[in-house]
Ligand binder design. Structure first.
Ligand code: COA
Length: 153
């Protein structure tokens, strides 16, 4: 049976744990505390974590600008992967966006990030274009997007 996750808004008290997950997931490319604090301020209603306080297994941040939603980042503790945490975070994000009347969700993923590509494709994201040199080290990204069902559909 699939693990049930508590999905909730990230609080200030979750930040240390989020940074730990971030560093173990992205190494030297990890976002820093200042950037997470900015996202909490700017996109806090869609800055979500999986797990009770003190037991956070993953996070997902999405920002809405001018009616368009962008999935900014997602990471799950390496010890907790492939157990449905990212799926629960994404499903909650999609429901929240649907209730706000947002109709599309976009993102960019590294061309060679196979687990993430498989994850997004499982959830119906389609590859839209190659984003050449998108990352700071010159690496290429793939821009993907999917429609968001409106509530009740
Ligand atoms: C990508 C990531 C967030 C997925 O988190 P997760 O909690 O392990 O994902 P889930 O357990 O919800 O998996 C959902 C689906 O994603 C796909 N998937 C996840 N991990 C995968 C892997 N290692 N290999 C292949 N497919 C994978 C599968 O289709 C899976 O469905 P299934 O369980 O029915 O096979 C996680 O691997 C991660 O934190 N990676 C490092 C950070 C990162 O790259 N973030 C994305 C930046 S764009």
């Amino acid at each position: 049976m699939r693990t049930q996750y508590m999905i909730r808004r990230a609080g200030l008290a979750d930040l240390d744990r989020i940074l730990e997950i971030e560093r173990s997931s992205f190494g030297h490319e990890a976002y820093d505390r200042k950037l997470f604090a900015y996202y909490q301020e700017r996109c806090g209603d869609l800055f979500l974590v999986s797990g009770r306080p003190g037991r956070v297994s993953g996070y997902m941040v999405t920002c809405v600008r001018g009616g368009r939603a962008e999935l900014v980042s997602v990471a799950v503790d390496p010890a907790c992967r492939q157990k449905g945490a990212a799926s629960a975070l994404l499903e909650s994000t999609l429901r929240r966006l649907g209730r706000r009347g947002v109709s599309r969700l976009g993102l960019v993923v590294r061309v060679n990030n196979r687990p993430a590509l498989a994850f997004y494709e499982k959830y119906g994201f389609r590859r839209r274009r190659l984003a050449r040199g998108y990352y700071e080290d010159g690496g290429d990204g793939i821009a993907m997007s999917r429609a968001i069902p409106s509530p009740g559909n």
